[in-house]
Design a protein around this ligand. Structure first.
Ligand code: C5P
Length: 260
């Protein structure tokens, strides 16, 4: 374990309760086969290998006995002194699943890493960079990578313009200031609890626009720091992502290619 007397006692909340509709497998994304296992098991192995938490709290689709059984089998694989593996029913939204995880944290946890199971191949180095920034005093820290595409803002066209194209460009974002944000996102527990409590007061449209936990912390006015993420930490969302993830696992560099 990386936790020592000088480090905050850290838990990981692994959100794995999504439907995975965009992947088109007809099953929850966490249960989708990847490299001879499932996305869930790869994500769990990555967290355990990084050694960053005294507890892993997994949010699964409510009532999914198959995924629960996978967690039970994985728990049996854990060495003595390994992290406590807790399973909870996820919520209807990602934020709801995070809150279910927060409610099941053990006594004494001081910091939390929130990780998407969909980022099943996140290198250990990314977990360590996030944990190190928390150790160094950050209240909130996210892994981020530079954006390779030029990013523009658009609005839907209406009237005569709609016959030309579905969208009209309204501006170009300065690419050097943009980052694509990944998980694990790290927080001091008190800060994350405060952020999620404030989120409960959001109107439904604003709540639906919340795509990560850091956004909620930003709304509190608390500084959020960014460390280097990794292109290997891709979010498996579409069939193409799954092909890429399989390729990374089968590639010449072996079972777990590492792009720090
Ligand atoms: O839907 P999206 O791809 O943004 O989901 C990101 C992560 O959040 C996934 O790992 C997914 O399993 C999780 N999630 C969840 N509960 C939900 C929706 C998504 O745990 N209700």
């Amino acid at each position: 374990m990386r936790n020592s007397s000088t480090r905050p006692v850290t838990a990981v909340i692994l959100v794995a309760a999504g439907s995975g509709q965009r992947l088109g497998y007809g099953m929850p994304k966490a249960a989708v086969p990847l490299g001879g296992d499932t996305i869930l098991i790869h994500a769990l192995r990555g967290i355990v290998a990084a050694g960053v938490g005294v507890q892993i709290c997994v949010a699964l689709p409510a009532g999914d006995d198959g995924l629960r059984a996978q967690c039970d089998a994985f728990r049996d694989e854990l060495a003595d002194g390994g992290p406590l593996l807790t399973v909870v029913d996820g919520g209807a939204t990602r934020a709801g699943s995070v809150r279910a995880g927060l409610a099941a944290l053990m006594e004494g946890v001081e910091a939390v890493l929130v990780h998407d199971a969909a980022r099943a191949l996140t290198p250990e180095a990314v977990f360590h960079r996030v944990a190190d920034a928390l150790d160094a005093g950050a209240e909130a820290v996210i892994p981020a990578v530079a954006v390779v595409d030029t990013v523009k803002t658009v609005v839907a066209t209406d009237g005569g313009d709609a016959a030309i194209a579905p969208e009209l460009v309204t501006g170009t974002a300065p690419r050097e200031e943009l980052r694509a944000v990944q998980t694990p996102q790290g927080f001091r527990l008190a800060t994350l609890l405060k952020a999620h409590a404030a989120a409960a007061a959001l109107d439904p449209a604003s709540a639906a626009a919340v795509t990560d936990d850091a956004m909620l912390v930003e709304m509190l006015g608390t500084p959020v720091y960014a460390v280097r993420g990794s292109t290997q930490s891709l979010k498996i969302t579409t069939p193409l992502d799954l092909i890429l993830a399989e390729g990374l696992l089968e590639g010449p560099l072996g079972a777990r290619w590492v792009e720090g």
